[in-house]
Design a protein. Sequence first.
Length: 245
Amino acid sequence: MVTVVLSVVAAGFLLRERPSLTVLPPPDGPWPTMLFSVWLCPDKKGEAEEVQKCRSGVTDRQRRAVETAIRGVPGIEKFTFASAEDAVKETAEQFGEEGLLTEEEAPPSFDGHFRSVGDADATRPLMDGLRSAVEDLPGVVSVNFSTDHLFWTGKSDLSIFLSGKNLEQERRAIEAILATVDGIDKVYFQDAEHTRKVAEYMLGESPPLHQMADTYEIKVADRRAVDAIKTVLRNVPGVHKVVVR
């Protein structure tokens, strides 16, 4: 059993006794916005296998055909066309260096996002619909997906990853310690199933359940609570690591 000394001052923040701690299930949402990019053939033919079907870049006719196909896909909220020149500028801004990519090498693309519909089960049909509509069209190199943020962005300020199959008494001890920390707004418990659900949304595939961990997700009302939590949970049984967002 972990002994908590309530007079301890962690990171300059007073820990004091509280009657109880409310632990919530993960919120239903909102889920991150799913982004997509449809890459078209660059002007310069490359060595990579995925661009072997590109002979001399993408023609205007092919580009218009791809655009028409995207417009016909259900669930797409907005998309725009980015030229090779745009891709070169974006790459230079992202990496802070010019000349990493030339206009001949850069793939023009259609970039956009789907409307928010929920978790991976709800979003996957939209992604599959886009793939089916465009990936085999002339001039298309690949269809790529990403998100604008993580599921817990804005909902949690730090994650407490639990180790192995934690005993109930270890969880009770951890929650008792958290109950002593002032400045906590919300505490969520995310089991391995939900961790996998979040990972599947980000990765596009479901990782093995045994690779997923249970976590506590903590939203603080005072940032000083972050250092306090890291201090009081150091070397506590059942805690694998604490990750600050």
